[in-house]
Design a protein around this ligand. Structure first.
Ligand code: FMN
Length: 210
């Protein structure tokens, strides 16, 4: 996407991302570009949560849905992040694409996806990933790797590939952003930033100093 200055005569404002009207269209456009240029996991994002003491925590997850309903990722509900989100259903994310020198940040309240959505996404995963989701007691101590491998093997013997059930402890969360920010690297640290803040059914847009 071409970088143009605000108000420069003769420049089509549609090219300037800081003048975008719809953050979701901009999000999709940047993600599509990243899918073409990032060597690995263009949908990887850092997910920040806070524990019961308010101590922040952060880890990478994969963004699996994006649009006006929010940002969806999947995980183990009994993991550290799952427990933190149950106690304090708010989160922040950041995606950073080194190939494009761009980041997107978002934060807002979090809800669980519907069982139907979780079933549909679970069914789309590789059988090995589905077995792993059942077998993994994510974030809890594991005595040795073989214990996990044996549990996965046992599931391979118990279930046909088409009948691996989604476990109760595995589902998705949806972040409904109250703020979204887009950042593009500029020369000599003169970066471009635009922040969208929820205002009723729409968004308030503000360009920010870098
Ligand atoms: C690129 C990348 C993508 C990941 N995607 C996910 C994911 O979508 N869901 C998930 O539960 N963990 C994912 N992980 C593992 C998490 O970063 C983390 O180790 C795990 O979820 C346990 O986190 P917790 O103990 O804070 O709950 C991913 C890790 C990396 C490096």
């Amino acid at each position: 996407m071409q970088q143009l200055k605000d108000g420069e005569p003769g420049t089509p404002s549609v090219e300037d991302f800081t003048l975008a009207a719809d953050p979701w269209a901009l999000f999709s456009a940047w993600l599509e570009e990243a899918q073409r240029s990032e060597p690995e996991d263009p949908n990887a994002m850092a997910l920040a949560t806070a524990d019961a003491d308010g101590l922040p925590d952060v880890r990478m997850v994969l963004l699996k849905g994006v649009g006006p309903d929010g940002l969806v990722f999947y995980t183990n509900l009994e993991s550290a992040k799952g427990e933190q989100l149950t106690g304090n259903p708010q989160a922040a994310i950041v995606l950073y694409w080194k190939s494009l020198r761009r980041q997107i940040r978002a934060r807002g309240p979090v809800t669980r996806v519907t069982p139907g959505e979780a079933d549909a996404y679970f069914a789309s995963r590789h059988p090995e990933s589905r077995r792993g989701a059942i077998a993994s007691r994510q974030s809890r101590p594991l005595s040795d790797r073989q214990t996990l491998l044996s549990a996965v093997q046992e599931l391979a013997e118990r279930y046909d590939e088409d009948d691996i059930p989604r476990p109760e402890h595995w589902s998705g969360f949806r972040i409904a952003p109250v703020q979204l920010e887009f950042w593009q690297n500029g020369e000599y640290r003169l970066h471009d930033r635009v922040r969208f803040t929820r205002a009723g059914d729409g968004w308030e847009r503000a360009r920010l100093y870098p």
